[in-house]
Design a protein around this ligand. Structure first.
Ligand SMILES: Cc1ncc(COP(=O)(O)O)c(C=O)c1O
Length: 440
């Protein structure tokens, strides 16, 4: 008896799993002696079979088979590469050693997070917009909070997403049952509203032509385009949500990369507390992609249609499905928000931004149009008229560089590639040199 086992999670931007390499397009046959009577969740069956990251892994693997000596540079995966500052790791190490002592031992903490950390997050990121400590919920990362928010919202709400967007919003909408069926021709789910965001509309949807939905997932600075929405754009978004009675799920995971005066939080926009929650993360800001720490702000002003405060239901979901972030990770998070720790993590953010500048300069010297990079660690490169997989293959074949084809982030990403600025400086300089050699 054989079963198909899907070898992937498209939610994640990190999956270059060597375990998938020996599989064919992420599907592995496993011999089993027994099948249960439990039907597979029909919503999971709706996720597309042509998964992005296993497909990238497969092409990478095939390339290495043909060119075993190729020195590959991976600028595909959105994972941090530079070490965490000493002050942060030593606080985590001290906390961990303390767990071996009677005085330092701690068991379960508050599900919502350590009080001191909630306060430090509110003071560091939301001082001018008066977010209260009690409105900050510490988590094990933004991705997990997206899933918990979907559990809170349920299957009956309608949702819209930016197109292109981080796959986590769409995939969790599919799993919870909001999205309907996939139209294989258009690459869109029937019940989702796709808000096209490209250079032609300054990466902001034409809201006059956007159908209203209950929930609007909006990420700024955006992954993959690197665009940070302007104050005026976010004012329009908040007004649109208010007029239509929607809730915005605002993802500010890359806010610390903003260099200009674009808002770093949706709560900088007057009235946003009545229409938005904000998810965020220590991952890309502090190199905590493996440590795991994030947070969600749910303002007490935000209510459902029956007047019930969303914060109470979110608290209930958190207390039911999550027993709090690791206390070691929280000790590290607190250290990141001390003045010395913050200085240290800022240095890393600036390093990645310099990487982005190197890539942008190289592309500009080739007259290749590229976006993002200034307020985000991603460079969004336009190859007009070209299929994004073809460009991916060409750059892999001729320059030994792994990127991500834009179509992997939604149909609106076709003709684009995402190049990540996460990487050691030598790799970025070498990638810039190879791109120049390839395209000049
Ligand atoms: C826009 C966006 N949101 C959320 C996440 C997930 O972050 P975390 O590592 O905190 O789960 C990512 C990760 O790449 C991301 O790009």
């Amino acid at each position: 008896m054989y079963k198909l086992l899907i070898c992937n999670s498209t939610l994640s931007d990190k999956l270059f799993d060597p375990g998938c390499l020996h599989t064919s397009f992420g599907i592995r046959k496993e011999k089993k002696d027994h099948y249960t009577n439990v039907p597979r969740n029909a919503n999971l069956e709706k996720l597309p079979k042509g998964y992005l990251f296993p497909e990238i892994s497969l092409r990478q693997h095939q390339h290495l088979e043909q060119h075993p000596d190729a020195s590959l540079i991976s600028l595909g995966i959105g994972d941090t590469t530079e070490p965490v500052p000493d002050i942060v790791t030593s606080r985590m190490a001290d906390f961990a050693s303390g767990l071996s002592t009677l005085e330092g031992y701690r068991g379960y903490g508050a599900e919502q997070g350590n009080k001191e950390l909630r306060k430090a997050i509110a003071e560091t990121f939301y001082k001018d917009v008066n977010v209260k400590d009690s409105e900050v919920f510490v988590s094990d990362g933004a991705q997990c909070d997206i899933a918990r928010l979907q559990l809170l919202l349920g299957s009956r709400v309608t949702a819209s997403v930016q197109d292109p967007s981080f796959p986590g919003y769409i995939d969790t909408s599919v799993i919870i049952g909001q999205a309907g069926d996939l139209d294989h021709e258009t690459g869109r789910y029937h019940r989702l509203e796709y808000m096209k965001c490209g250079p032609e509309n300054k990466f902001f949807p034409d809201l006059r032509r956007t159908s209203s939905t209950d929930v609007i997932f909006f990420c700024s600075p955006n992954n993959p385009t690197g665009h940070a929405a302007t104050r005026q754009q976010l004012e329009q978004l908040v007004k649109f949500a208010k007029d239509n009675g929607s809730i915005i799920v605002f993802d500010s995971a890359y806010a610390t990369y903003i260099s200009d005066d674009s808002p770093r939080s949706i709560f900088e926009i007057p009235g946003a507390k009545e229409v938005a929650v904000e998810i965020s993360s220590f991952s890309k800001f502090a190199g905590f992609t493996g440590v795991r720490l994030g947070w969600t702000v749910v303002p007490s002003e935000l209510c459902f249609s029956n007047g019930f405060p969303v914060i109470h239901d979110f608290n209930r979901v958190v207390c039911t499905c999550f027993n709090g972030a690791s206390n070691i990770a929280q000790a590290g998070g607190l250290a990141c928000l001390s003045s010395e720790g913050f200085e240290g993590v800022r240095t890393r953010v600036n390093y990645y931004k310099e990487n982005a500048e190197i890539l942008l300069d190289a592309l500009a010297s080739l007259n290749i149009k590229a976006y993002g990079g200034q307020n985000a660690p991603y460079v969004w490169v336009h190859f007009p008229g070209m299929n994004s997989w073809e460009v991916f293959d060409m750059i892999l074949e001729k320059a030994n560089i792994i990127t991500v084809p834009g179509c992997g982030f939604g149909p609106g990403g076709e003709e684009f590639l995402r190049i990540s600025a996460f990487g050691h400086r030598e790799s970025i300089l070498e990638a810039a040199r190879r791109l120049k050699a390839l395209f000049s």
